[in-house]
Design a protein around this ligand. Structure first.
Ligand code: NAD
Ligand code: TYD
Length: 358
């Protein structure tokens, strides 16, 4: 079996669902169920004995050591993190705790366990750390996309904490020989994405007739990847990646934010047209509102995914057009999931993040 951390969050839950749809290898899923963790994402596995959910923190060394001893996983995939840049600006402490201290404690527990394995099991063991392209900082307009050798220049507390975790993983391979793999992926989108991030926020706000807040001039560029393509890349790296290596994962879909928002609006206009008989709006685009920019906002991210493509033969299956259509349709079909995650805590966050922006 494998041990996944953070498997109740956006990417982790998609990974767990896809893994068990394709394989009978069981998963132990360790998740602290922060605001971003949601067991409803995994409701379809409620009666599935191949999914063992454990509520706990990656920084709880005793708990992690116990799980490793009990389940003897052949691999760990570390998704657990605080992941939202805006939250890291308002309160960086949790990011330091989970992304740095948590990853460190997890690595320590895994190292102790791995040291006690027999040679054959030790050799086959893997620790795969899931990270982000944001560790590389911001690209100028005409600079080449991030390759794996790009210098780390993190600019937000989130990306700095992820960069620190990447360095720890690297050091545990270099110093102790722990068989690690690291993936640095671009922005994901798709089902179960918490509606504090750009794409799901725009969909749920539009459906509620609320403003669509575009930071600054909306010309910041991200490289979008459908979440299920990220999951297939992780499976591929786990199966065939070279130990100690880093693989960048991206969709070759560089788009300015404002274009993303226009695309979401156009899809909603088509799939869920505004009821014109009692609304003065004819298109969701009328809801777009430019607001004060995010401090330290990175201008452009782009991934050079040629290493994973050439070495491991991985390519995304979705284009942006097919992936975004599926995503908008998923939110239309799962409006009860959306209302369930819009708890009191969610409303408090939205107020905190947007009320000070003109
Ligand atoms: P998310 O915020 O949706 O989910 C994170 C999950 O981790 C949640 O289920 C949460 O409960 C859990 N968690 C948080 N702290 C924990 C702790 N101390 N112990 C155990 N569990 C804990 O994040 P996501 O978007 O699914 O991202 C998953 C990983 O992928 C993160 O490491 C993130 O940095 C990385 N990543 C995300 C993106 C993206 O676009 N979302 C892109 C590249 C890389
Ligand atoms: P986000 O989804 O927070 O991902 P990240 O900051 O990790 O790239 O934001 C994606 C882009 O969208 C980023 O450039 C910030 C911008 N953005 C807005 O313009 N308005 C919003 O309300 C949010 C949440 C993000």
């Amino acid at each position: 079996m494998i041990l996944v951390t953070g498997g109740a969050g956006f990417i982790g839950a998609n990974f767990v669902l896809d893994w068990l749809a394709q394989s009978d290898e069981a998963i132990v899923n360790l998740d602290a169920l922060t605001y971003a963790g949601n067991l409803q994402n995994l409701a379809s596995l409620a009666a599935d004995p191949r999914h063992i959910f454990v509520h706990g923190d990656i920084a709880d060394s005793t708990l992690v050591a116990g799980l490793l001893a009990q389940y003897q996983p052949r691999a760990i995939i570390n998704f657990a993190a605080e992941s939202h840049v805006d939250r890291s600006i308002h309160g960086p402490e949790d990011f330091i705790q989970t992304n740095i201290v948590g990853t460190f404690r997890l690595l320590e527990a895994v190292r102790a366990h791995w040291n006690g394995l027999n040679d054959e099991t030790k050799q086959g063991f893997r620790f795969l750390h899931v990270s982000t392209d944001e560790v590389y900082g911001s690209l100028a307009k005409d600079e080449p996309a991030f390759s794996e050798t790009r210098r780390y220049e993190p600019n937000s507390p989130y990306s700095a904490s992820k960069a620190a975790s990447d360095h720890l993983v690297r050091a545990y391979h270099h110093t102790y020989g722990l068989p690690t793999l690291t993936t640095n992926c671009s922005n994901n989108y798709g089902p179960y994405h918490f509606p504090e991030k750009l794409i799901p926020l725009m969909i749920v706000n539009a459906l509620a007739g609320k403003p669509l807040p575009v930071y600054g001039d909306g010309q910041q560029i991200r490289d979008w990847l459908y979440v299920k393509d990220h999951c297939s890349a992780i499976r591929r790296v786990l199966a065939a990646g070279r130990v100690g290596e880093v693989y960048n994962i991206g969709g070759c879909n560089e788009k300015p934010n404002i274009e993303i928002v226009h695309t979401v609006c156009a899809l909603l206009d088509e799939l869920h047209p505004l009821p014109t008989y009692h609304s003065p709006l004819t298109t969701y685009r009328s809801l777009i509102a430019y607001v004060t920019d995010r401090p330290g906002h990175d201008r452009r991210y782009a991934i050079d995914a040629s290493k994973i493509e050439h070495e491991l033969g991985w390519k995304p299956a979705e284009t942006f057009e097919t992936g975004i259509r599926k995503t908008v349709q998923w939110y239309l079909d799962n409006q009860s999931w959306v209302s369930n995650v819009q708890s009191g805590a969610y409303r408090t966050w939205v107020e905190k993040n947007y009320q000070g922006r003109s």
